[in-house]
Design a protein around this ligand. Structure first.
Ligand code: ZN
Ligand code: ZN
Length: 381
């Protein structure tokens, strides 16, 4: 263990994937590229179109045992890349600004390893899921009938994390990253002439109350952990100085430590918006989108990964507070024993989702090694 299967070809592929990023739900080219790569490794099974563009490959054994899954993500982001190296994104306004290009080649490296060192028992699955960034992919994959033959006993994933030393492993027992959901509030009143606003029903008062009060909800004592409501968008009426508006929309992102607290926050936000609309004589509809459950890590898998990392000389950091951001890996940890761990991308490295972000190739080898070792031990349990 500790051999890097074929670093040069993996790094080249990483750059190629970086150059041609695709948005959530339309990862066709990326998915095809991954499928071809996996096909050449001679897996025991290779499945495409899971949950949309998802791909999975299995490396098994004649002896029955546990099924261990390593999961990576296929999608890029609607971010305009500001880098100017030769593998810069060729797609305007789309880039691999979350490093999923790097996570993909790490999972491919794991596949290369288990293609040549077949498990003694059980099965190793590498899964490439679509649409992580909008929270839809993991759920779709899990609910796809094709996934029923892939049900894992353990599921592992990593995410590169700028702000931490390169190759440092970041772990936490229990909640690793929080739950979040998008809230869309549509208010409907009645348009009127701006000279006679009393003849219409303007949502302006309700909008101003909601913009002020919604973020304050999260500060109530009912919550025992970090909770947050962030207004991300608001629009009312049209730009027409002769018209008093008759409709408005407000969007907010709600965050909560875990799924229980999220449930509470959702019902409080919903109730508040409806009460205000009622007072202002407005019709209201509330929609929810981009739902991410909290990612909750398994203690045993944490210990195992910590051990694997230490054996390769990685610094290990157990963080005190869960990350506020969300990961749709939470759909997996809600159903299976799972672990999402962080791997440091470098202290001064550009932040995730930023225009100048690029995945650091120097952490590919560590990612592969730690995942191979941890998976290997799980298969041998
Ligand atoms: Zn992201
Ligand atoms: Zn990501």
């Amino acid at each position: 263990m500790g051999i890097m299967p074929d670093s040069r070809s993996l790094i080249n592929l990483r750059k190629e994937l970086h150059k041609f990023p695709e948005l959530s739900g339309s990862e066709e080219m990326t998915s095809r590229r991954i499928y071809e790569f996996l096909g050449k490794l001679g897996p025991d099974r290779l499945i495409s179109d899971i949950g949309g563009t998802g791909v999975a490959a299995g490396f098994g054994s004649a002896n029955s045992g546990r099924r261990v899954m390593v999961r990576a993500e296929l999608d890029g982001l609607p971010v305009s890349e500001s880098n100017d190296f030769d593998y810069k994104s060729v797609r305007d306004g789309v880039s691999h600004a979350c490093g999923h290009d790097g996570h993909m080649v790490i999972a491919l490296g794991v596949a290369q390893y288990f293609a040549s060192e077949r498990p003694g028992r059980g099965e190793l699955i590498v899964l490439f899921q679509p649409s992580e960034e909008n929270g839809k992919g993991a759920r779709k994959v899990i609910n796809d009938p094709a996934f029923s033959s892939l049900q894992p006993d353990y599921v592992l994933a990593l995410h590169n994390l700028p702000g931490f030393d390169q190759n440092e492993l970041i772990l936490r027992n229990g909640v690793f990253s929080m739950a979040s959901v998008g809230m869309i509030i549509d208010l409907k009143g009645k348009t009127s002439h701006a000279a006679e606003p009393e003849n219409g029903i303007s949502p302006s008062n309700a909008v101003s109350i909601i913009l002020r009060e919604l973020p304050l909800l999260a500060e109530r004592d009912e919550f025992s952990h970090f909770t947050q409501a962030t207004i991300i968008h608001a629009k009312m009426g049209e730009v027409a100085f002769g018209t008093s508006p008759g409709q408005a929309v407000i969007m907010a992102t709600l965050r909560a430590y875990d799924d229980g607290e999220m449930k509470k926050l959702i019902s409080m936000a919903d109730r508040m918006a409806r009460d205000i609309a009622f007072q202002e004589r407005l019709d209201i509809s509330v929609h929810w989108t981009e739902e991410f459950p909290a990612t909750v890590n398994d203690k045993f898998l944490n210990r195992l990964t910590c051990k694997s990392g230490s054996s390769f000389g990685c610094k290990i950091r157990y963080i005190e507070n869960a990350f506020r951001w969300s990961e749709d890996f939470g759909w997996f940890t809600g159903k299976y024993r799972g672990l999402l761990f962080g791997i440091g991308a470098g202290k001064g490295h550009p932040e995730l989702h930023n225009p100048d972000y690029d995945f650091p190739d120097d952490i590919i080898e560590t990612g592969i090694n730690v995942l191979c070792k941890a998976s290997g031990e799980l298969l041998n349990l």
